[in-house]
Design a binder for this molecule. Sequence first.
Ligand SMILES: [Fe+2]
Ligand SMILES: [Fe+2]
Length: 292
Amino acid sequence: MQFKGELDSARIITVLDDYAGYETSFLAQHGIAILLEASSGGVCKRILLDAGQSALPILHNLELLGIDPCSIGAVVISHCHYDHTEGLVDVLKAIGRENVPVVAHTTMFRPNYIFDPFIRNIGVTGKNGPAAIEEAGGLLVLVDEPFEIMPGVIVTGEVPRRRAFEKQGIGTYNIEEGRVVPDEIRDDLSLAVKVRGKGLAVISGCSHAGIINIIDWSREIASEPRVDLAIGGFHLIEASPERIRDTAQALKDLDVGKVVTGHCTGLAALCEFSRVLGDRFEQLHVGTTIDL
Ligand SMILES: [Fe+2]
Ligand SMILES: [Fe+2]
């Protein structure tokens, strides 16, 4: 499947991250939420990727940014983890409309366990389950394959895992028919945004599919080899030095114009990106705004 849609322009605004930024009044939290303002034919649509682990800092930060949550037209959830989903129902209540599309993978609502240091479901809880989402005005759109929310804004769907160095999981498990099964976080999806005359912007939540796999897949489904921007969490916080090195090198080899990352990326990877990518690297924080 390939998508040819294009936007006239777009703006990406970070409304939640683990880092509030230097000398700001924003609130930080372990979590992420990124707002895409997509303009096409004189109409601007706001799409929120992820909802943090509570709505409170997101709503505070939106207010400081002068953005009314009522103006959010759709929410995309990158994957099931609590730091992306636990704010969802309260964000929907703040949006305050009926039938707000909430886009996610079909497996998003599975319990997703870790057992170290102690058994815990780090996936979606009942508070943000399907019934609660619909009661809060959300319209669930559960899709595994790529599709366009609007021409120029592609939800990647499930991302093929092709790069050998990105194969390793993060130690989460699913329980399937009474068996404890290592989890591949198949639900990890991202946004690929195409503005006329520009390369792609890839916006990710945690990149559990691997940021390079995500970029590879985005280039393929958008038929666009150029990548101007990769922004989001890259989940390299527990990655081996080899994986961090290979990721930085791949970003360089793919000639990604700008790499803006934070959340779960981790200090070692941030340092390596700074070293390898120089001016093309920027640390993500609340308020980071990029015009495409
Ligand atoms: Fe995650
Ligand atoms: Fe995360």
